[in-house]
Write a protein that binds this ligand. Structure first.
Ligand SMILES: Nc1nc2c(c(=O)[nH]1)N[C@H]1C(S)=C(S)[C@@H](COP(=O)(O)O)O[C@H]1N2
Ligand SMILES: [Mo]
Length: 325
């Protein structure tokens, strides 16, 4: 595609894509008022970020073999336009309310089909793994996207310590569920059966691109981005990237995920970014790169596997990607 081709494409208002939360609320007939929430164009509601936490680490060297070449999304946009339903379903809720979550001390339980079940503490994670910086594209199923410099380490390094057994075929992840600190979980319009859960197939979890992150833009993760430990799988839709993880289990069966629970026809287990497989209610062929606004929608063509096809396409050889969406 030539540089100017995108200009000839009809511009679709971002409001044509109903945010997931609004749709699900409507669908569940929870609250009529929720129908209008979250419909603001991206970029209009971006507020100032909270004061940054002290650095818990030195910014590690960038691993350039994983570098996306596009411009970085500004820190402000990536940390004020968020999905973290534990704190509310508006894009601005996480930045506003996630500070209520205590992230230190933090404990992660690793169990299931492993030889050495156990726990990890935040200190073990910050000091026990070689951290690296990687610049990845991030694509939400709602068709907005960003480019973020994450700091983290491969998930495979963490799993190796607990020695998954041969029968282990999948990994299940769970987010913290602490009602007293998470106003979204107490809301009567809350649509998720908490805790938030996600999963990966073992080969996806062990793939070198799959990253456990502790920071972004050279800082520790702010709470709204999933502090203190968050999964990033760059070839999959955003909802796979589970935040604030407290439990990891190796299983022999495909785990149930929160989004499959909510709407299995719309959100699959695989959730690989795929411009050729439309969401039932919108095309996935294009995306709005943050910051994006009505006047400058910043539309880009979505790439197969979010641009990581060379690295991951062989994981899905012979699979019908329209069926296993
Ligand atoms: N625990 C938890 N993790 C979550 C979510 C959530 O609501 N709760 N939202 C998901 C969705 S839908 C997206 S698009 C990304 C958003 O990540 P960001 O806010 O860092 O952009 O987080 C994912 N991880
Ligand atoms: Mo999302």
């Amino acid at each position: 595609m030539s540089k100017d081709d995108w200009k000839s494409v009809p511009q679709i208002a971002s409001s044509e894509i109903t945010p997931e939360s609004v749709w699900l609320n409507r669908r569940n007939l929870m609250k009529a008022a929720a129908a209008g929430a979250g419909m603001t164009a991206v970029g209009e509601t971006i507020a100032q970020p909270k004061a940054l936490k002290d650095l818990a680490f030195k910014t590690p060297a960038e691993n350039t073999s994983f570098k996306a070449t596009e411009d970085l999304t500004p820190y402000e946009a990536a940390t004020t336009y968020n999905n973290f339903y534990e704190f509310g379903t508006d894009k601005s809720d996480p930045a506003r309310y996630a500070d209520a979550m205590t992230t230190d001390p933090w404990e992660i339980t690793v169990g299931g089909l492993v030889n050495k079940p156990g726990k990890l503490h935040l200190e073990d994670i910050l000091s026990g793994f070689d951290l690296e910086e990687r610049i990845y594209r991030f694509r939400c199923v709602e068709a907005w996207s960003m480019v973020v410099p994450w700091i983290g380490f491969p998930l495979s390094k963490l799993l190796d310590r607990f020695e998954p057994k041969a029968e282990g075929k999948f990994i299940e992840f769970k987010t913290l569920y602490r009602r007293s600190e998470m106003r979204g979980t107490r809301s009567f319009t809350s649509i998720i059966d908490w805790p938030y859960r996600e999963g990966l197939r073992m080969d996806e979890a062990m793939h070198p691109l799959t990253l456990m992150t502790v920071g972004l833009y050279g800082k520790t993760l702010p709470n709204q981005s999933g502090a203190p430990l968050r999964l990033i799988v760059p070839w999959k839709y955003g909802f796979k990237n589970i935040k604030s993880i407290v439990e990891i289990n190796v299983t022999d069966r495909q785990p149930k995920t929160s989004w499959q629970d909510l709407a299995p026809q719309e959100y699959g287990f695989y959730a690989n970014v795929n411009p050729e497989v439309s969401h039932p209610r919108w095309s996935q062929a294009w995306e709005r790169r943050l910051p994006s606004s009505l006047f400058n929608p910043n539309r880009l063509r979505t790439q197969m596997f979010n641009g990581y096809a060379d690295q991951v396409a062989d994981l899905y050889q012979g699979m019908d990607l329209a069926r296993y969406y």
